[in-house]
Design a protein around this ligand. Structure first.
Ligand code: FES
Length: 125
């Protein structure tokens, strides 16, 4: 049912935790299941230097968040904003259709964290 990449990122999730002095934090809830995701960003000179996540989500949410952190590390804010939930699911070699909504949690929390960063730094959102 799950790809090897999903199982790898679920059993060995990357970048779990918090960033104490994060300058962008995004928290979202999944309307379909009620699970929650929080993403912490450390952005310097418009580049994502560090990213961590915490989730009260399912295995697919853990795997999508884990691979998302790898995808955005070192990216500019603009590049990170272009990462869609479909791109996250594709990077994991797909998710079962019933689990596609779980990838929204990671992508939406990332967008929320970037918006938080931009609002704190007086960017036009
Ligand atoms: Fe809630 Fe997957 S079932 S995030």
């Amino acid at each position: 049912m799950y790809s090897d990449k999903v199982i790898d990122h679920f059993t060995n999730p990357r970048n779990v935790g918090e960033i104490a002095d994060a300058n962008g934090i995004g928290e979202v809830g999944n309307a379909k299941c009620g699970d929650i995701m929080r993403i912490y960003l450390d952005i310097e000179d418009n580049v994502i230097k560090d990213v961590k996540f915490k989730t009260f989500g399912c295995g697919a949410a853990v795997a999508t968040s884990s691979i998302l952190t790898e995808m955005v590390m070192g990216k500019t804010v603009e590049e990170a904003l272009k990462i869609s939930n479909d791109a996250v699911a594709e990077a994991l070699d797909g998710l079962p259709p019933l689990k596609m909504h779980c990838s929204n949690l990671a992508a939406d929390a990332l967008q929320a964290a970037i918006k938080d960063y931009q609002s704190k730094n007086n960017h036009v959102v």
